[in-house]
Design a protein around this ligand. Structure first.
Ligand code: PMV
Length: 319
């Protein structure tokens, strides 16, 4: 009645922003992401003889994520489930716009299923992960992943495996503390108040199709153009919300200038930014060293992380 699962965070190129249904946490739009290899969350769930749920992150008791983890376990195992000792090891900052919820809830769903021996099918695990965090559903799969929001429940499939197009991701960390407003709350502010929200939802199928084709053709420039456009549209609609949702800091902007300078020098790189101030630069393997060096020396960057593309969430130990 104990299992450990590992999941990697994913970075969306065509973003999920906005919910179609709050109760089931269904996204208003489809999305396309890259599952990373070097960053991970390892989650252990022990269901033997505990009176209450507990959670420890990197060895320290942590109350902040416990309610969401407990309701994730309720979804996977039912409300009458045994109480759990949950512990997690994560090799990157959490709740800072580095997609930590994607890997945390993907790992939690897979570990809980294995610990209880529930034997849920993969499509069911995807649906259950999506209930806790829309982006977590994508971390069930590896490589280039598309989330389809058009059915009754979310579905996820791999567009390309990691080795089919081994792009690299350089993450420029500009602030490692937690973000001021969580993505779930910010999405609702945008949906209710941004004048650009409905246009964002309307245009998403065209961006998804452009990205799908660029990925199928391994066309870096076309993928760069549609990804940057989609990212800036998402942030623009947040900025136009009331109250405005601004995740960027000064260094975020400096990183965008760095990426533009690299592009002017014919380096294959483009940027994307999620619900936080970090900048993720996607590049070819040949461009990785130049991109990492340029971002590491950009004013305000406190750390850089480099990753390739990785596999979907999986069980590492079960007993
Ligand atoms: O899944 P959530 O609730 O963490 O929201 C993810 C939102 C973005 O990271 C900004 C976009 C995305 O598609 O991952």
């Amino acid at each position: 009645m104990r299992a450990t699962a590992t999941a990697h965070p994913n970075i969306a190129l065509i973003k999920y922003w906005g919910k179609r249904e709050i109760a089931r946490n269904l996204p208003a739009v489809g999305s396309i992401s890259l599952t990373l290899s070097e960053l991970f969350t390892e989650m252990t769930i022990d269901l033997d003889g505990h009176d209450v749920d507990t959670f420890a992150l990197n060895g320290e008791a942590d109350e902040s994520l416990l309610p969401r983890l407990a309701s994730c376990l309720d979804n996977v195992l039912g409300p009458d489930r045994p109480r759990a000792a949950i512990s997690s090891r994560c090799n990157f900052p959490v709740a800072a716009g580095l997609a930590s919820s994607s890997s945390a809830f993907a790992a939690a769903v897979v570990a809980a299923d294995a610990a209880a021996g529930s034997g849920h099918a993969q499509a069911e695990l995807i649906r259950l992960a999506g209930r806790s965090s829309g982006s977590a559903a994508r971390s069930l799969a590896g490589g280039f992943v598309e989330l389809d929001n058009t059915g009754e429940d979310v579905a996820v499939h791999t567009l390309l495996n990691p080795d089919d197009w081994p792009l690299r991701v350089v993450i420029a960390v500009t602030e490692s503390g937690p973000k001021p407003v969580g993505s779930g709350e910010a999405m609702e502010i945008s949906r209710k108040t941004s004048p650009f929200y409905s246009r964002w939802v309307e245009e998403q199928p065209a961006d998804l199709e452009a990205a799908r084709r660029a990925i199928a053709d391994r066309d870096f420039r076309r993928l760069a153009t549609v990804s940057e456009h989609n990212c800036l549209k998402m942030h623009s609609l947040m900025w136009a919300s009331q109250p405005p949702v601004v995740y960027w800091n000064e260094a975020t902007m400096s990183c965008l200038y760095t990426v533009r300078e690299l592009q002017a020098g014919a380096v294959d790189v483009f940027f994307t930014i999620d619900a936080g101030p970090q900048v993720k630069a996607i590049c070819t393997a040949a461009a990785e060293a130049a991109v990492r060096d340029a971002l590491a020396t950009t004013r305000g960057v406190v750390d850089t992380r480099v990753s390739g593309l990785g596999q979907g969430a999986h069980v590492v130990e079960s007993m």
